[in-house]
Design a protein around this ligand. Structure first.
Ligand SMILES: *Cc1c(COP(=O)(O)O)cnc(C)c1O
Length: 411
């Protein structure tokens, strides 16, 4: 049997992204496996930001909005093309949390006679908290039903469900849910879907239009590498746009933002999802970061990502055996996103000790170590070094150092 390091070399030699990798910067001397949380810096971004700050802001000042607004609309389309959206269905701005609040509320208002908001008990915290808040606001009941049981719930109580709000990929385990199937089930019951695709966008084709998704939101700072706090996106199917009644009716979503009209009158199409002045510097950083997607095919990103996560699982099986780890990410490829989660009771100190050794991953409470495999810049060799280092940390007991047990925010 071939050794894992030889296998890594062989797989990397076949990678279609050898030249793409150079378009990202990663901290010197590290293996960066945190791209599922904050994507690595694209080399296009510093120059774009310098131009945005010194020329567009510094020299253009307020006049630059004339150029910025079309960039913002084009940016929506660029993200939309990564979602498999038709033109005019995607807008960029605000945070995922804000977009989600707007989309969830607007979706629920499209089904006013249905009292249940169906969502995932394991959804990302912001999605769980906002579901509760939207339910309080609109007088709904939240039912938390995991994806595998959602079909059954929809069969039995589907006529009560107005909105089903689920993640495309579980942020902890990396499990990829069956978006087409759940969307079809929800539609069969007369409900609408709000998908949070934060952990999927940029890592795989999504085909939202083909799967008839109603609404989707997601962030752009994970696989898309838009940068910390990069603006999130909202997708709305064309059939819903003209009926959208959003809770956050900001001036920029007005049909004529500069008219100063007394009452809110929504802009036609997806433009009505705008709220207030967008974070333009972040939008320009994202725009530069997305250039790389002009030169890659998402299906290739997906197949390389699966090669990386499969290899990570193989490395874990072989190198971490007998050391208290459990691979919680599904082994079946069509059930896997682009990160791998390993369960271990010492997840937190292990991640801290690994970082000290130059391998950057992260953890989620209570016991999951997560490694992100962004196919655009992570190699099989990185994956191998990551798992070997984890083994060495465990064997040397480095994670037992008391300073690795002290919790840090954003550790
Ligand atoms: C990362 C992530 C978010 C982030 O929300 P922000 O408002 O950008 O902080 C939301 N939902 C999911 C599912 C995520 O993975």
């Amino acid at each position: 049997m071939k050794s894992l390091d030889a296998k890594a070399e062989e797989l990397d030699a076949k990678s279609p992204f050898t030249h793409v990798r150079e378009r990202f910067r990663r901290p010197d001397g590290t293996v960066y496996m945190g791209g599922h949380s904050l994507g690595a810096l694209s080399s296009n971004v510093p120059a774009a930001l310098e131009k945005a700050v010194l020329q567009e802001w510094g020299q253009g000042v307020v006049r630059s909005w004339i150029d910025w607004m079309p960039v913002l609309s084009a940016l929506g389309e660029r993200v939309g093309s990564l979602l498999g959206a038709a033109p005019g269905c995607t807008a960029v701005g605000d945070s995922t949390s804000v977009q989600l609040f707007n989309a969830l509320t607007a979706a629920a208002r499209l089904r006013p006679d249905r009292p249940v908001l169906l969502t995932d008990p394991g959804h990302f915290p912001t999605d769980r908290y906002l579901a509760d808040s939207v339910a309080r606001l609109l007088g709904l009941r939240v039912h938390r039903v995991a994806v595998p049981d959602a079909a059954e719930f929809l069969r039995a109580h589907g006529d009560e469900v107005g909105v089903a709000a689920y993640p495309a990929v579980d942020y902890r385990t990396g499990e990829l849910w069956d978006l087409p199937k759940l969307t079809a089930m929800a539609h069969g019951a007369g409900a609408l879907t709000v998908w949070d695709v934060s952990h999927a966008v940029g890592a795989m084709p999504l085909d939202l239009a083909r799967h008839d998704v109603d609404f989707a939101v997601g962030c752009t700072y994970k696989y898309l590498s838009g940068g910390p706090g990069a603006p999130a996106f909202v997708y709305a199917a064309p059939r819903h746009q003209e009926f959208l009644d959003q809770p956050l009716t900001g001036w920029l979503g007005h049909a004529e933002p500069f008219s100063g009209e007394e009452a809110y009158r929504p802009a036609p199409g997806i433009e009505r999802t705008r709220i207030g002045t967008p974070p333009m510097l972040s939008a320009l950083a994202l725009n530069a970061a997305l250039d790389v997607y002009d030169d890659v095919e998402l299906f290739e990103v997906r197949s390389e990502s699966l090669s990386l996560t499969s290899f990570l699982i193989d490395c874990a099986d072989e190198l971490l055996a007998g050391r208290g780890f459990e691979v919680v990410t599904p082994r079946q490829e069509n059930q896997r996103g682009s990160h791998v989660a390993l369960r271990h009771p010492d997840a937190y100190p292990l991640v801290r000790a690994l970082i000290e050794r130059g391998v950057i991953g992260d953890m989620r409470e209570p016991d999951l170590v997560r490694f992100g495999c962004n196919a655009l810049y992570v190699t099989h060799e990185d994956v191998y070094r990551c798992v070997v280092t984890l083994r060495d940390v465990v064997d040397a007991g480095e994670h037992r150092d008391p300073r690795f047990r002290l919790r840090k925010a954003f550790g």
